[in-house]
Design a protein around this ligand. Structure first.
Ligand SMILES: CC(C)(COP(=O)(O)OP(=O)(O)OC[C@H]1O[C@@H](n2cnc3c(N)ncnc32)[C@H](O)[C@@H]1OP(=O)(O)O)[C@@H](O)C(=O)NCCC(=O)NCCS
Length: 264
């Protein structure tokens, strides 16, 4: 069957995410693409996912899906996370993406976590600091201080912070519902520079893990992504029992570097 008969059509079933299908005759889905925001805290380029069924590859379908996604971009940048040495990496290189980071993906499985041990970590005193939690739906470009001051409500995000005299010193965030499985995605922990060296990252992360289970008991795994050169954060992951599941390369496509970018 010729790829000229393939139509790229938008799909509108995921709020906040743009999705397309590459449809062959008789409704056969030859490939899919999506653009979704990746970083709930602060600005970030949307993440592109393209998948083409193996029997349809190397016929330009992935490139057509990418071209459609690029036309929809409200900003000049997008990123893609691909396994090193994979067709996805060759595809990104072919389309002018730049390798910006090497990353490690970890998974924490609740049934591997010893609850009493976790409880001890959370209960350990950190003089001058206090744990606080906030739940709700993350707004666009949220600010940690404002979230912690705002009333909590039911929602898909949980923010745990260690505060010192009312100001956040360290925090971590988990969001449920971004992944189809009963999994949460975690960002952080982040520790503000003047509060480093006091094991606050491990503390807020342990508290987040504990609280997440109370608020969303159906969640059985937590996923994280860490820059390969962030040795400190990798040590916290290992300490808390996160297992390495894969290594990837983050690629970025920056249209402002291309001739003719329309400007924003
Ligand atoms: C990556 C993927 C989307 C490419 O889809 P595709 O329809 O085969 O892509 P295209 O035919 O448009 O390929 C465009 C170019 O990318 C490069 N490329 C794609 N697959 C390649 C491979 N396996 N090896 C080497 N180069 C490859 C080539 O330069 C190709 O041009 P050419 O065929 O004229 O040589 C597909 O292999 C896939 O679904 N992989 C699994 C998911 C994935 O890794 N996605 C990452 C992107 S976000």
């Amino acid at each position: 069957m010729s790829e000229a008969l393939i139509d790229i059509v938008p799909v509108s079933d995921h709020p906040g995410t743009s999705r397309w299908q590459a449809l062959a005759p008789r409704g056969v889905v030859a490939g899919v693409a999506s653009l979704r925001p990746i970083i709930p805290l602060g600005p970030g380029a949307p993440e592109l996912h393209v998948y083409v069924e193996p029997q349809w590859r190397r016929r330009g379908i992935g490139s057509r899906l990418l071209a459609t996604a690029r036309k929809q971009l409200a900003e000049p940048r997008l990123v893609a996370d691909v396994v090193a040495g994979s067709p996805g990496e060759a595809f990104c290189q072919r389309h002018g993406f730049r390798h910006t980071r090497s990353r490690r993906h970890h998974l924490l499985t609740y049934c591997d976590v010893h609850r009493a041990w976790l409880g001890e970590l959370v209960d350990a005193e950190h003089a001058g600091y206090r744990l606080t939690h906030w739940t709700g739906d993350l707004p666009d470009a949220p600010r940690i201080e404002e979230l912690l001051r705002s009333p909590g409500r039911p929602g898909n995000a949980l923010l745990t912070a260690a505060d010192a005299d009312g100001d956040p010193a360290a925090y971590a965030v988990a969001v449920v519902g971004v992944l189809p499985e009963p999994r949460a995605r975690q960002w952080g922990p982040a520790v503000l520079p003047e509060h480093r060296g006091r094991r606050l990252g491990r503390w807020v992360n342990a508290a987040l893990i504990q609280r997440l289970r109370e608020v969303h008991p159906h969640v059985n795994k937590i996923e994280t992504v860490t820059a390969e050169d962030d040795l400190h954060l990798l040590a916290v992951r290992q300490d808390l029992g996160f297992r390495l599941v894969r290594r990837t390369h983050l690629y970025e496509l920056d249209d402002t570097l291309a001739p003719g970018w329309r400007g924003m």
